[in-house]
Design a binder for this molecule. Structure first.
Ligand code: KG4
Ligand code: ZN
Length: 355
C-alpha cells in the first residue's frame, strides 16, 4: 500500500485533484493523464473579483477568508462536474507559491489533509510551472523545447524550456508585472478592477499611435522587463491633459487613445523581446500564458510578427489562474514526489524551479 505522501509508480491513467489558491481565485480541478495526454475533467474557478473591486486590487485578508469559505464547496463541485468519486483519485496537488501567504496556506493545507486521509501522494506545485503547462492542457502531456512568456497580474517572465522539460529563467520584470501595469493604469483612469479586459476593450476604439509612451528596456541586451516608467508616463500625461482640458473630465476619444497607446507600448516590448529570445536561442516555438495572454492586441501582434516561428497561446479560459494547470505540472513532478512533501510550507516568493 502507498503511504501518505509517497509516490506510486506511474500508471497508464492517473486522475489528480489539484487546488489553486495563490491569489484571488479559489479553484479545484480534476485532470486525467492517459496515454501521454492531459484531459481536463473539470476545472471550477470561483473568482473573488467582485469582492476586491471596491479596493482596486486584491486585499490579502479578505482573499484568505474567502478561500477558507469556498475551498470545500469548490472541491465538491469539481468532483461532481468530473463525475469522479473522491476514492477514484490517484493523488492531490496544490500550489505552494509564489503568491499571498495566507491564501496559499488554505489550498495547501486542504490538499495535504485530503492526501493524508485518502492515503494518496501529495505533490506541491510552483504556480509558475502551472502557467508553463497551461498552453498544453487538453493536449500531449509533454512540453517541446520552446520560449515561454508568462505574463500576468503578478508575473512577467521569459523562460527557456529545453527538450528535457528543464526550465531556465531568462529574464523577468524589474518592477511592475505587465498585468499590474494594466490594473494600475485602469485605476488611475477610473476604469475599475481588473484593468486588463476593460483597457483591451476601450483600446479597440482608439489610435495606438496617438501618444508616444516609453517602451521600457526595449533595446536592452538582456531579457528583463520594466513597466513602472510607462505607468508613471501615463499618470503625467493624464494630469497634463486634465489641466489643459476646459473641464477635468477626459473625453471618450482621449480615453480610447490613452488606452490604445498604453497597450501598444506594453505589447511592443512583450512581442519584440519574446521574438528576439526565440531567435537568440534558436527555438521555433513560443508559448504565451497568464492573464495578459488574453489581450487581443498581444495575440494579434505576436501572431503577425512571429512568422516563421510558431506561436501557441494559452486558450483564453486557461490564461488566468486555475487549478487544471497545477494538476498538469504535478504530473510532471510526480516521479519526484516524496512523503517529505507533506512538510512543504508555503513560499510566497518562490521562484521558478530551474530543473
Ligand atoms: O494570471 P492572472 O489570473 O493573475 C496572476 O497570476 O497574477 O492574471 C490576471 C491579470 C490581471 O492583471 C488582469 O488585468 C490581466 O491579467 N488581464 C489582462 C486581460 N485579461 C486579464 N490584461 C490585458 N488584457 C486582457 N484582455
Ligand atoms: Zn498566475
Amino acid at each position: 500500500m502507498t503511504r501518505p505522501g509517497e509516490a506510486t509508480a506511474p500508471q497508464s491513467a492517473l486522475i489528480f485533484l489539484a487546488l489553486e489558491t495563490s491569489c484571488d481565485e479559489t479553484s479545484a480541478a480534476l485532470v486525467r493523464r492517459s496515454r501521454n495526454r492531459f484531459e481536463v475533467l473539470s476545472n471550477v474557478v470561483s473568482s473573488q473579483i467582485p469582492l476586491h473591486r471596491p479596493y482596486g486590487g486584491v486585499v490579502p485578508e479578505l482573499a484568505s477568508r474567502q478561500h477558507l469559505a469556498l475551498v470545500q464547496p469548490v472541491v465538491n463541485r469539481a468532483l461532481r462536474a468530473a463525475r469522479v468519486s473522491i476514492r477514484e483519485i490517484d493523488g492531490v496537488a496544490a500550489t505552494y507559491g509564489p503568491g499571498l501567504a495566507s491564501s496559499l496556506l488554505i489550498g495547501l493545507t486542504m490538499a495535504k489533509a485530503l492526501a493524508v486521509s485518502l492515503r494518496k501522494p501529495f505533490v506541491p506545485v510552483n504556480h509558475l510551472e502551472g502557467h508553463l503547462w497551461s498552453p498544453f492542457l487538453n493536449d500531449k502531456a509533454h512540453m517541446p523545447p520552446h520560449i515561454a512568456l508568462i505574463v500576468s497580474g503578478g508575473h512577467t517572465l521569459l523562460v527557456r524550456v529545453s527538450a528535457r522539460c528543464r526550465a531556465r529563467l531568462l529574464g523577468l520584470t524589474l518592477d511592475d508585472a505587465a498585468g499590474e501595469a494594466f490594473d494600475k493604469v485602469a485605476k488611475l483612469l477610473g476604469l475599475g478592477y481588473p484593468g486588463g479586459p476593460v483597457i483591451d476593450r476601450l483600446a479597440r476604439e482608439g489610435n495606438p499611435a496617438a501618444i508616444s509612451f516609453p517602451r521600457g528596456l526595449l533595446q536592452s541586451d538582456n531579457w528583463d522587463f520594466s513597466f513602472s516608467g510607462l505607468k508613471t508616463a501615463v499618470l503625467y500625461f493624464v494630469k497634463k491633459l486634465q489641466a489643459s482640458n476646459s473641464e477635468p473630465r477626459i473625453s471618450k476619444k482621449q480615453l480610447a487613445d490613452i488606452c490604445a497607446s498604453f497597450q501598444e507600448a506594453v505589447v511592443d516590448v512583450l512581442v519584440a523581446k519574446t521574438l528576439r529570445a526565440a531567435q537568440a536561442h534558436r527555438l521555433s516555438l513560443i508559448t504565451v500564458s497568464g492573464g495578459v495572454a488574453c489581450n487581443s492586441r498581444l495575440r494579434a501582434k505576436m501572431r503577425a510578427q512571429a512568422s516563421p516561428l510558431q506561436i501557441r497561446f494559452c486558450e483564453p479560459r486557461f490564461c488566468t489562474d486555475h487549478a487544471a494547470m497545477i494538476a498538469a505540472a504535478a504530473f510532471a513532478r510526480l516521479h519526484r514526489a516524496s512523503k517529505n512533501d507533506l512538510q512543504r510550507d508555503v513560499e510566497p516568493n518562490a521562484r521558478l524551479p530551474e530543473n
